[in-house]
Design a protein around this ligand. Structure first.
Ligand code: SF4
Length: 326
């Protein structure tokens, strides 16, 4: 497909996706640090919940500013994130606090604004330094107990690219697992091309760096909600009519995750009903009059009587033998 045709298709998809995932829920903050913290929460969470959690962190009644978040305890940050239904909120609280500590130690101010003045190489160096400081700051009791002296990563590997795109220092669409998978399934690039060419082809479909960032957000949303790595929910996907991956699966008779779930629920219902009806038969409205209960009671009574009579017999016999012995 020619680039112009692909770009036209992408514009249509973006409109559909923006309708499904309202842009005002996606990270779109004025300051780079705000944008990045919002992005960190958004990446692994429902966009609405992430937005609420981000706003709560910024709320003056919780923390005055990012410096207050930096010096807060993990529990204090977690108590703000958790009520907004944030996944693994304690872990995320640690990441946010660690990242803020890194920013503070490298910049001496709670801001990333200085990066806007830098050239790409210098900006990358600063981000690497922030990551190193953040990791060091995050080594805590937990790691010491386990004898760990290093943390694998604080910010995701594609985060520097994300920040640079936001700053206009890198024009590529940030490349994370969701972007790569969804774009491949929708054939936004030649799937036989190598990574460098894939990135170039995807970038050629959008006009500005802001659009590249917006596309990345939308593909993440699509990836989180429908286009899962395993068992995508194609039947519910807003782009299924244009998706070759879905059409191919349908042709091969492969079951869709959303359809499988629906059919499982449908199958479960009658058996649940059947269970209930069996229960209903076994348990009439007045449990006291249950034949089985009565039978049980009678047999218990009988067995009780038998035990008693056996015991009495044994006592009588032992008394007689005691008499004889005497
Ligand atoms: S139709 Fe399926 S494979 Fe295609 S983009 Fe949607 S979820 Fe992904």
């Amino acid at each position: 497909m020619a680039i112009r045709e692909k770009a036209k298709k992408l514009t249509k998809w973006i409109t559909i996706l923006e309708d499904k995932f309202p842009p005002n829920n996606l990270p779109n903050e004025d300051k780079l640090l705000d944008q990045f913290i919002h992005y960190l929460i958004f990446y692994a969470n429902n966009a609405t919940n992430a937005k609420k959690a981000f706003k709560a962190l910024k709320n003056e009644n919780e923390f005055g500013d990012w410096n207050e978040v930096r010096v807060a305890t993990i529990n204090e940050i977690d108590h703000v994130l958790d009520p907004k239904r944030i996944e693994h909120s304690a872990w995320l609280a640690r990441i946010i606090r660690g990242f803020l500590e890194g920013v503070w130690q490298v910049n001496n101010v709670m801001s990333l604004a200085g990066l806007t003045e830098e050239k790409v190489t210098k900006a990358k160096e600063v981000l690497n330094l922030i990551e190193t400081k953040a990791k060091a700051a995050m080594i805590g009791e937990h790691e010491e107990r386990r004898g760990e002296t290093e943390i694998a990563s604080v910010i995701p590997p594609w985060a520097p690219n994300y920040l640079l795109t936001y700053l206009g220092l890198d024009s590529n669409v940030p490349w994370d697992p969701h972007t790569s998978r969804v774009a491949e399934r929708l054939k936004m690039f030649d799937t036989s091309a190598n990574l460098v060419r894939r990135k170039k082809q995807l970038r050629a479909l959008v006009k500005t760096d802001r659009e590249a960032l917006q596309l990345h957000h939308l593909l993440i949303e699509l990836g989180k909600k429908f286009c899962h790595d395993k068992a995508p929910k194609c039947l519910k996907c807003p782009l299924k009519d244009d998706c070759d991956y879905f059409k191919k699966d349908k042709k091969n008779g492969k079951k869709d995750a959303s359809a499988t779930k629906a059919s499982t629920t449908a199958k479960k219902t009658p058996s649940t009903k059947a269970k209930k009806s069996t229960k209903a038969k076994a348990a009439p409205s007045n449990p006291k009059s249950t034949p089985s209960t009565r039978t049980k009671a009678v047999s218990k009574a009988k067995s009780g009587a038998t035990t008693r009579s056996t015991k009495a017999k044994a006592t009588k016999e032992s008394a007689e033998s005691a008499k004889k012995d005497a």
